[in-house]
Design a protein around this ligand. Sequence first.
Ligand code: NI
Length: 184
Amino acid sequence: MILPIYVYGQPVLRKVAEDITPDYPELKELIANMFETMEHADGVGLAAPQVGLPIRVVVITLDPLSDELPEFKGFRRAYINAHIIEVGGEEVGMEEGCLSIPGIHETVKRADRIRVRYMDPDFVEHDEVVEGYLARVMQHEFDHLDGKMFIDYLSPLRKQMIRGKLNTMLKGKARGSYKMKQVK
Ligand code: NI
């Protein structure tokens, strides 16, 4: 089932999300719905707050990039209770967008190596060092779990440049090719 994606201005996007326990109701169904919603909207990542739930669940698919990055062929994973433990390596700039901030793409600098701790959908714990493109997507998505969005990293000048588009979202008048839940 495709879920509406919550847009900038929705308070849930600014909450710190909570860890969940294995008895969280219908988790498998939620994960399946998040994959479907993300893929329908042509995203590579989606965090639960973006579908209105303040819990630490994220889905990532890098399969659409596998023409250029063959190591990601079939890459489609869910992360439960995800946390970034360490940030290291070099800072690299790359353009990002977000399904909750339609129509805005800006360069964001992020570390190219991180250590993450999370559980898979069977609640097996993982502790991994991740590099490169996946490290970027994870940082973007796991930020959502701490109420952060990529526009928070922009310079005051870049923020000024996108102010008009953000105000359109705050008025509930954003447009996108997928189902959205806007304020008002
Ligand atoms: Ni996002």
